[in-house]
Design a protein. Structure first.
Length: 281
C-alpha cells in the first residue's frame, strides 16, 4: 500500500472520529464532569469524572492525555474517553496542557504532572481516594504518558501509585519517528533541546520499573510508525519479568485507535481485560 493511500485512510478515519466524538459530547450525560484549573493559562485544565452513579467504584484511577502533535487539542475533545471509563467505575482524569509553538518542552510534561496532582486531589474531594493509577494517552499524549511514567524527575509524589500505562499510536521511540510529517511536529516541541533523548520515553524506559504496559497501535499508521510500539515493548521485556505487551491492530491507522472507546470490539476487550487484571491485583 502506498503512502498516499495510507494518508487518505487516516484522513477518512480522522473525519469520522471527529464527528462521532462531537456527537457523544453533545449527548446528555447523567454522571458528573468537572473542569478544574491547575494553572493560570486557559490550557492548564483537567476534566474530572467520578465513577458513574450506581456503578461500583474501582480502586484504580485513569489519567488520560490527549494527542494533537503537542500543538492542538484539549481534554474537552476527549469527553468520550472520560465517560467510557467512568461508566465502568474508574475515576478518570483527562489532562490538558500548554501547547507549542508558544510553549516548548518541558512545559508539556510539567503541566501533565501538575494536572495529575490536581486531579487526584479533586477526586478525593468527591470522596474517591484511589490507591492505583493507570495512565493512557494517544499520539503526542502517549509520548507524555510514557515520559511521565519513566522519567523520575516528574510526579514524584504519585510515582508509587503507578501500576500501568497504555500508550496508543504513540511517539514513544523518537528514533523511529523519521517520516517528514512527524519530524515537522517534533521540531517545535523539542528542536531546542541538546538531545532528543530528554523527551524520548524510549531513552528513559527501564524493565526494572514494576509497571504493566500495553502498547496499542494501528499497523497502517502513516504518521507514527508501528515500530514505536514494537521497539518500546521489546526494550521493556529485556528484563527477567515480561511486563510489556504490544497489541497491533491490522486494519487501523493512527487516529482510529480511539474507536476502542466508542465501539465494543475485540480490541476494546484486550484493553479492558488488561486493565481489570491491574485493578484486581
Amino acid at each position: 500500500m502506498t503512502n498516499i493511500t495510507w494518508q487518505l485512510g487516516e484522513f477518512k478515519a480522522l473525519m469520522t472520529l471527529g464527528g462521532r466524538s462531537q456527537k457523544i459530547a453533545k449527548t446528555p450525560y447523567a454522571g458528573k464532569e468537572e473542569m478544574v484549573a491547575y494553572g493560570s493559562h486557559e490550557q492548564q485544565v483537567i476534566l474530572v469524572y467520578p465513577p458513574y452513579p450506581g456503578v461500583q467504584p474501582r480502586k484504580t484511577a485513569i489519567y488520560f492525555i490527549h494527542g494533537g502533535g503537542w500543538s492542538m487539542g484539549n481534554p474537552g475533545q476527549y469527553r468520550f474517553v472520560g465517560r467510557f471509563f467512568a461508566e465502568l467505575g474508574y475515576p478518570t482524569i483527562l489532562a490538558g496542557y500548554r501547547l507549542v509553538p508558544e510553549f516548548i518542552f518541558p512545559t508539556q510534561i510539567e503541566d501533565v504532572a501538575s494536572g495529575l496532582t490536581t486531579g487526584l486531589a479533586t477526586l478525593k474531594k468527591f470522596g474517591f481516594s484511589v490507591s492505583q493509577i493507570v495512565m493512557g494517552g494517544h499520539s503526542a499524549g502517549a509520548n507524555l504518558t510514557s515520559l511521565l511514567c519513566y522519567d523520575r524527575n516528574y510526579a514524584k509524589k504519585e510515582r508509587s501509585m503507578f501500576k500501568g500505562i497504555f500508550p496508543m499510536s504513540g511517539s514513544i521511540n523518537l528514533s523511529a519517528c523519521q517520516n517528514p510529517g512527524m519530524q515537522k511536529l517534533l521540531r517545535p516541541y523539542i528542536g531546542h533541546l541538546p538531545s532528543p533523548d530528554i523527551a524520548d520515553p524510549f531513552h528513559h524506559a527501564t524493565p526494572e520499573l514494576p509497571v504493566s504496559v500495553l502498547c496499542i497501535h494501528g499497523a497502517k499508521d502513516p504518521l507514527c510508525q508501528v515500530e514505536n510500539s514494537i521497539s518500546f515493548t521489546a526494550k521493556l521485556n529485556k528484563g527477567s519479568i515480561k511486563r510489556a505487551h504490544c497489541h497491533i491492530i491490522p486494519h487501523l491507522y493512527h487516529s482510529d485507535t480511539l474507536y476502542l472507546f466508542m465501539d465494543s470490539t475485540p480490541d476494546t476487550k484486550v484493553l479492558l481485560d488488561w486493565l481489570n487484571d491491574i485493578d484486581k491485583g
